[in-house]
Design a protein around this ligand. Sequence first.
Ligand SMILES: [Zn+2]
Length: 114
Amino acid sequence: MARPTKQGVDYFPIWNPHFRVEEKFWGEGRRSYKALRNSSSSFIKKDDVRSSILKKCNYKCVFCGSKSKLQIDHIVSVYQAFKDKRYIGILNSYINLQVLCEKCNCGKTPENCK
Ligand SMILES: [Zn+2]
């Protein structure tokens, strides 16, 4: 993978909400997990995040190569990052996002299949 530029790692922290409000997720408990999950799922819906990650993965699923029903996926999941706070800072970053098709994402985290 090419070294990330302005559109990659260096660029994300500028508007990544977690670089500013990170500390609010350090508490245990359901409410802060929900807040982290909500802000992470709205983060990956942003057009510029989506297009940047699609481009990084050549517009196809990294598992099976499918080009239909593509979704942006957190490699270290929101739940894992919530459990292990070392990952909070990279959760919504260029390196932690990948493209999966609906089927592969579904297999990875069954709650996405509903
Ligand atoms: Zn796939």
